[in-house]
Design a protein around this ligand. Structure first.
Ligand SMILES: Cc1cc2nc3c(=O)[nH]c(=O)nc-3n(C[C@H](O)[C@H](O)[C@H](O)COP(=O)(O)OP(=O)(O)OC[C@H]3O[C@@H](n4cnc5c(N)ncnc54)[C@H](O)[C@@H]3O)c2cc1C
Ligand SMILES: NC(=O)c1ccc[n+]([C@@H]2O[C@H](COP(=O)([O-])OP(=O)(O)OC[C@H]3O[C@@H](n4cnc5c(N)ncnc54)[C@H](OP(=O)(O)O)[C@@H]3O)[C@@H](O)[C@H]2O)c1
Length: 570
């Protein structure tokens, strides 16, 4: 019983869990922005959402990356939102334009345009604690003007691989020929009959080299690091049941779906689902052990890939020596490089292993003094990976996220000191295996569950606890040290391109990641209520929303015949 001198609680007029209006800003309109717009409609009421996109179009990765050969590195039927199958894929590994078309189909089908503001870049976001709002500074890229928008929640869906990186080599911009970066490829660039140089051995290089080699007069690949070339994933999965004339499973990368195969996918969703799950199970489950050091699969895959590369490099012992890694496959992103090794041994292709000293107006000079003349210079040199947002984030007490010596992120989705800030596919997310989109979906649903809780329970803000975040990251470090191949002596963007750097990948399989994020663990968060002296304000007037809406007709869903039927009260 309250003491007589205690302040009486205010009892509101609203029903229980009546959602308080919230405004959300989502940064970017790639796959993540599309999920935000689509899923918010399902998870939230009484909200506003705006997705600011710096580019002139939506699509993100697949709008930006248009270099020759750009395609997904996992089978197309698994590179869709998991709930939105596409029976129309034309081939086993879809090309970048076809993937972009598929995202556009999703965008138009679900009418997501009303949420989007194009050509508008987020340049800064600052938390104002008293108001419980983010003040987000935006730049209109058409006229350069700046303005501020405010929101309760900011979701950073600006992509891990968006800020492409020129190589740090003297003289790069003095080059007088045609200079291109893989992620900003000029669509009118012609390399036919020309001398071409490609810098890099990452996935982008692996995909473009076979295309460039076909018609370049001379192609030099500058390879300062070695890499695995994977056989096509799913090359044992048959679709002959749909069409006896379908390509043999071994064709994988060359498998173009026949009309009959597509018809079966279209007309028989159960069959299509079986096909999709068979592929996904093989990638997400069957392959998982290869990322665990010393397991049977890890040892087998390493040996098999090295043997396959030796075979494909035929008589070129020099290349075998230089290209085949000693670390485990997967430490750098595995790319099924259809035709890559075959391209490297063509007569018009040369591999250059010496470091580049400088770029001259007509070519590249190596540290050993060679000068290689080129007409076109393609930099497949990757990205400034988004360990921190590429815009300034100012959190509680004026702390700047970018001033931290390393990312301080909880489970790839949130950050202590930055209330109501969430990120899709942040550091320690699903970077290293399989498809990005299932984790995008689960992360977005996680974030929207948090938003809904804040609306319904009258919470001003939430942020992960620092001690929980520190422990979780220490656990992740220990896990990688104990068993993951990513901790081996290899260099990749998963660890900031440092051989013995911290591994920024989830400590477990894709399924393990999805299970962790399927529901938020609110006990890991500091929660601040709108009225800290009346945290039960959300209980309101003693009625539920359904009772306010429907009076005596409100459903009583707990009365049922089947105990396992899921029920809830609005
Ligand atoms: C060449 C390439 C191939 C890939 N292949 C695969 C694959 O085969 N399988 C796979 O699973 N994943 C692949 N990925 C990863 C791919 O990025 C993800 O699958 C997915 O497309 C990411 O979607 P996203 O929305 O999170 O990010 P993005 O697609 O990067 O979209 C982010 C958007 O945010 C915008 N943006 C960035 N900063 C700002 C700002 N400050 N203000 C406003 N807008 C901003 C960008 O312009 C962009 O449109 C590939 C990546 C690359 C680069
Ligand atoms: N669907 C796909 O198949 C696909 C295609 C492209 C990209 N992606 C995604 O994007 C990620 C990035 O791929 P990416 O190939 O663009 O970049 P990346 O994997 O980071 O590779 C960049 C390459 O450029 C080299 N490089 C950088 N600076 C250099 C310099 N100054 N001199 C010489 N070499 C230099 C690097 O060498 P070092 O290794 O020695 O640093 C590396 O070989 C992939 O891991 C993948 O996740 C996927």
């Amino acid at each position: 019983m309250p003491h007589a001198d205690e302040k009486p609680m205010m009892v509101g007029e609203h029903p229980q869990c009546d959602p308080v209006k919230t405004r959300i800003i989502h940064v970017g309109m790639g796959a993540s922005g599309m999920l935000a717009a689509h899923k918010a409609r399902k998870f939230l009421t009484n909200y506003e959402l705006v997705c600011y996109e710096k580019n002139a179009s939506v699509g993100g990765t697949w709008w930006e990356n248009r270099y020759p050969g750009c395609a997904c590195d996992i089978p197309a039927h698994t590179y869709t939102f998991p709930f939105e199958p596409n029976p129309e894929w034309s081939e086993f590994y879809a090309s970048a334009p076809e993937i972009q078309d598929n995202f556009m189909r999703f965008y138009n089908k679900h009418n997501l345009e009303p949420f989007v503001v194009l050509n508008t870049e987020v340049v800064e976001a600052e938390w104002h604690d008293r108001e419980g709002l983010w003040h987000v500074t935006l730049k209109n890229r058409t006229d350069g003007s700046k303005f501020v928008d405010k929101c309760n929640v900011i979701i950073n869906g600006s992509g891990v691989l968006t800020k492409w990186k020129w190589p740090d080599i003297e003289g790069l911009h003095d080059f007088k020929g045609e200079l291109a970066h893989s992620a900003n490829w000029p669509q009118d660039l012609s390399w036919e009959g020309k001398r071409v140089g490609v810098i890099g051995t990452g996935s982008s290089s692996i995909q473009m080299v076979p295309k460039l080699a076909e018609t370049a007069s001379q192609l030099t690949v500058f390879m300062r690091n070695n890499t695995y070339i994977a056989p096509p994933f799913g090359s044992n999965i048959s679709n002959k049941e749909a069409d006896p004339d379908a390509a043999d499973p071994a064709a994988a990368g060359k498998h173009k779906y026949t009309e009959k195969e597509k018809e079966r996918f279209r007309d028989d969703p159960a069959y299509h689902l079986k096909y999709r799950t068979t592929i996904e199970r093989q990638i997400a489950n069957g392959g998982w052990d290869m990322f665990n050091r010393g397991t049977e699969l890890n040892i087998f895959v390493k040996g098999a890939m090295q043997d396959s590369m030796r075979q494909r490099l035929a008589h070129r012992d020099d290349l075998k020596e230089r290209i085949i890694p000693t670390w485990s496959p997967g430490c750098r992103r595995l790319t099924p490089g259809d035709g890559y090794l075959e391209a490297l041994i063509r007569d018009n292709v040369n591999c250059e292993f010496d470091d580049i000293k400088r770029i001259t107006p007509t070519g590249l000079e190596t540290i050993t003094g060679k000068h290689i003349e080129v007409d076109v210079l393609a930099c497949a040199t990757g990205f400034n990976v988004q360990y921190f947002p590429h815009y300034k984030m100012i959190g509680t007490g004026g702390q700047v996220m970018q001033d931290s010596p390393e990312p301080n992120v909880y489970a790839s989705v949130a950050a202590p000191g930055f209330p109501n800030y969430f990120v899709i596919n942040g550091p320690r997310g699903n970077w290293g295996q399989g498809c990005a989109l299932p984790s995008h979906e689960v992360q977005m649903e996680y974030i929207l569950q948090c938003c809904r809780k804040m609306q319904e329970d009258r919470i001003k803000c939430m942020e992960p606890k620092q001690n929980v975040t520190t422990q979780l990251n220490a656990y992740m470090d220990a896990w990688h040290k104990k068993q993951s191949i990513w901790a081996e002596d290899c260099k990749s963007w998963y660890k900031d391109n440092k051989r013995n750097g911290r591994v920024y990948i989830w400590p477990g399989s894709l399924l393990h990641h999805l299970k962790f994020l399927k529901r938020p663990r609110y006990e890991h968060y500091e929660i601040t209520y709108m009225d800290p002296d009346n945290i039960f304000d959300f209980l309101g007037n003693g009625k539920t929303i359904s009772q306010v809406k429907l009076g005596g007709e409100a459903p009583v869903p707990y009365i049922r015949n089947d105990e396992d039927e899921v029920w809830d009260i609005e």
